[in-house]
Design a binder for this molecule. Structure first.
Ligand code: SF4
Ligand code: SF4
Length: 373
């Protein structure tokens, strides 16, 4: 472990820019902490925190000058690796045929993500599994992901709606980063402890002023990690959960949640692991030019499951059930892991305050078949 003084944060940003990266980081915009391209550490949300509860998000001033003293906001990193709208190709009439332009929105961007939380590293790993593995890798995602460098930031306090500890996805980042920072503000010091996670990260650190951490500094940062891990107020009991959900497909809780759910799809839009999309074609009025676009889709709309002969999910009950059982049951069967990393976004941004941990617990607690938990 090494120590980075505050001013070294700007040197880190400069070193990334010198390597051709577009640095994307948290910044305050429209009353929220969102992700955007930055060029200076002054654009980080210094002195801001967020307040999160079911159906509530706001930002507030901290009593200190922490640069990363908040948790996750409405944006996730998927908006860069898996953009909400992407032109797949354009076709322009040429003689009796068409010329195809399949270059998706120009040259690939090299992103450096600064401030990725542990749960978000796990979410990126899940999307890697979906988009980059197997016989049909997504070329757009792979091209961006291959050129992405990640600077993680460890959470030293947990958010109002997150439950990463119970999903084994945080709060301390274990893998998936090039560098990992922990911001330490205590006993008159304000600096970053940095860990390297890849040869790329080690090489980058060589251009940033730093010094080895001494034993007392290592003990201090470990104590911050331990405290954060014990803070979590919200939990999701995952013991035997896929089986419990499978056994309770007709549980009355699905009817209960359907009375509250607006089918607005906010939960799927903010979720860092949701990956569904649809494809739309359009032409101009002359018929000379056509384009095919991919855009995010969601299992909460009726069109999503419209097939020849009808719609296979006609009600909000079945759509909410599909979303939860995909995350907490079928994803495990498909990928060997839960499709939820416990970031809490779906709880914060649900206008009806629906909480996936509460719904799962209600089904576990009144299971229609015997359960192990
Ligand atoms: S389901 Fe909710 S808590 Fe889980 S990863 Fe998605 S947004 Fe985060
Ligand atoms: S659970 Fe909440 S966020 Fe998701 S569709 Fe229903 S009302 Fe919208």
């Amino acid at each position: 472990m090494f120590i980075l003084e505050l001013s070294a944060l700007q040197a880190l940003i400069a070193a990334l820019q010198a390597r051709g990266y577009t640095v994307v980081a948290p910044t305050v915009r429209d009353g929220a902490i969102t992700f955007d391209a930055i060029s200076s550490m002054d654009e980080l949300p210094r002195g801001w925190t967020d307040v999160q509860n079911p159906s509530h998000y706001s930002i507030a001033r901290r009593s200190d000058d922490a640069y990363f003293g908040f948790n996750v906001g409405p944006h996730s990193w998927k908006k860069f690796l898996f953009p909400s709208r992407l032109r797949l190709f354009a076709a322009t009439k040429a003689g009796k045929g068409f010329e195809i332009d399949a270059s998706a929105d120009g040259a690939p961007v090299h992103y450096a993500f600064l401030g990725v939380r542990s749960c978000e590293l796990q979410a990126i790993a899940l999307q890697d599994r979906v988009f980059r593995s197997g016989a049909y890798a997504d070329t757009h995602y792979s091209r961006l992901r291959d050129n992405t460098l990640i600077v993680a930031v460890n959470c030293v306090h947990v958010g109002g709606t997150c439950f990463c500890a119970s999903m084994n996805t945080g709060p301390h980042a274990e893998t998936g980063y090039d560098l990992a920072l922990t911001e330490v503000i205590a006993d008159g010091v304000h600096h970053f402890v940095v860990e390297t996670g890849s040869p790329k990260g080690e090489e980058l650190l060589g251009d940033v002023p730093h010094q080895p951490a001494v034993d007392a500094e290592i003990a201090q940062v470990r104590s911050l990690w331990d405290t954060a891990a014990q803070q979590s107020g919200r939990t999701l009991d995952t013991r035997n959960l896929p089986q419990i959900l499978n056994d309770n497909y007709e549980h009355p809780q699905w009817d209960d949640v359907a009375k509250r759910c607006l089918a607005c799809a906010n939960c799927t839009m903010v979720c860092p692991t949701c990956f569904c999309s649809t494809v739309e074609d359009s032409t101009d009025l002359s018929g000379e030019h056509a384009e095919r676009w991919r855009r995010w889709d969601t299992c909460f709309t009726s069109d999503f499951t419209k097939v020849a002969g009808g719609n296979i999910r006609m009600s909000t009950r079945t759509r909410y059930r599909q979303w939860v059982t995909h995350k907490l049951c079928n994803w495990v069967e498909q990928f060997g892991k839960f499709g939820c990393v416990g970031c809490g976004r779906c709880i914060t941004w649900c206008p009806a305050g629906i909480d996936i941990t509460v719904e799962a617990a209600a089904i576990r607690g009144t299971s229609m078949t015997p359960t192990l938990g």
